[in-house]
Design a binder for this molecule. Structure first.
Ligand code: ADP
Length: 345
């Protein structure tokens, strides 16, 4: 396993119409060897740019990117090829060659590296076994399910025995059940081979299910970074809280949903989602809201999960729309995230 260090990394792109986009600004992040680190952020936040720096597909405009002791940003020629052998990558849409079989796809990086034929055959047999595709080795991608295609992608990424595995939204195109099998395969690989895994995602659920550490990126900057457990129970940044609010699914009762409007009406109620993160018992908080501010709160629905022994989840509540802003400010001041879902008359 190797560490990955970003040291004050900046990346500017020239905009096609003139001007510059600052895709990354002053990013400092150390990815511990052997960890599974999730990078989470919205579309355009800079996730792919960050990931692509690890194998030298992008070079920093300022700062340094280190893979172990090697400076990736300045590597050229042979040094860059060596780094790329140490870094495997898997993709959202698998990027398999349709004209090659499973075995043929997995063999590609080995052929490029000039490995002897007999050795390739042995290595491919080992890899298809590891990802559970021994029976499918001679099939073509078109004959495989999405999950099987991603297994081929993973085997191919492991072919050159890399120290680091990069994952670019590798489960985003898969259904929930297949996502779970692919994530547990990645976990097994991380554990058995001691690979450092850096994965980008826009889903906190993926982070929860697999990552030991998480970094939240927003507008090209890392706004929060730490062990997943710590970030889940005590998120510090609004962006983190907003990502966490989507983890636990909770639905409005149909009788409320059907009456939901976009604008408040005189004397009506506001419906909000309150997300809590383990450090607070929410019911007492809502009782305090009533006690201290005299705002009557109605709990409509709730869903709670645990991380470690800490609860986190969502409550859907309604309260008088006229007091809505005040109530939300109070809850946010107590580190609960709130989001207005609509209004009922
Ligand atoms: P994410 O992966 O989080 O969606 P990206 O890293 O792809 O974000 O992009 C970050 C920002 O950099 C975006 O504003 C994007 O438009 C810009 N960007 C990325 N690659 C290029 C490029 N090759 N040329 C110009 N702008 C780019």
């Amino acid at each position: 396993a190797a560490s990955i260090s970003f040291e004050a990394v900046g990346k500017a792109f020239a905009k096609p119409g003139g001007g510059t986009v600052h895709a990354l600004e002053d990013v400092s992040l150390r990815v511990e060897p052997g960890s599974i680190t999730g990078i989470i952020g919205r579309s355009g936040a800079g996730k792919s740019t960050l990931l692509r720096m690890v194998n030298g597909l992008e070079r920093p405009t300022s700062g340094r990117v280190l893979l172990g002791a090697h400076d990736v940003g300045t590597a050229r020629g042979r040094a860059l090829r060596d780094i790329r052998r140490d870094v495997g990558m898997i993709f959202q849409h698998f990027n398999l060659l349709a004209s090659r079989t499973v075995a043929g796809n997995i063999a590609m990086p080995l052929e490029i590296a000039g490995v002897a034929k007999s050795e390739i055959t042995a290595r491919v047999a080992e890899l298809v076994e590891r990802v559970g595709l021994s029976q499918q080795a001679n099939r073509y991608p078109a004959e495989l399910s999405g999950g099987q295609k991603q297994r081929v992608g993973i085997a191919r990424a492991l072919a050159t025995k890399p120290k680091v595995l990069l994952s670019d939204e590798a489960t985003s195109a898969l259904d929930p059940e297949t996502t779970q099998t692919v994530l547990s395969l990645l976990k097994d690989i991380n554990r058995d081979l001691g690979l450092t895994v850096l994965l980008i995602t826009h889903e906190m659920a993926v982070v929860r299910d697999i990552a030991s550490h998480v970094a939240v990126i927003d507008g090209g900057r890392i706004v929060e970074h730490g062990p997943t457990h710590d970030v889940f129970i005590a998120p510090k940044h609004a962006t983190t809280r907003s990502f966490l609010s989507g983890v636990t699914g909770v639905k409005l009762p149909a009788f409320v949903k059907s009456r939901l409007q976009n604008t408040p009406s005189e004397g009506g109620e506001e419906v909000i989602r309150v997300t809590f993160f383990g450090q607070h018992a929410t019911d007492p908080m809502l009782a305090k809201l009533t006690g201290e501010l005299g705002i009557e709160v109605n709990i409509l629905a709730g869903a709670v999960e645990e991380i470690g022994s800490h609860p986190f989840g969502n409550l859907l509540v309604s309260l008088p729309a006229a007091r809505g802003e005040e109530a939300r400010r109070y809850l946010q001041d107590h580190n609960l995230n709130t989001e207005v879902l609509g209004y009922v008359g």
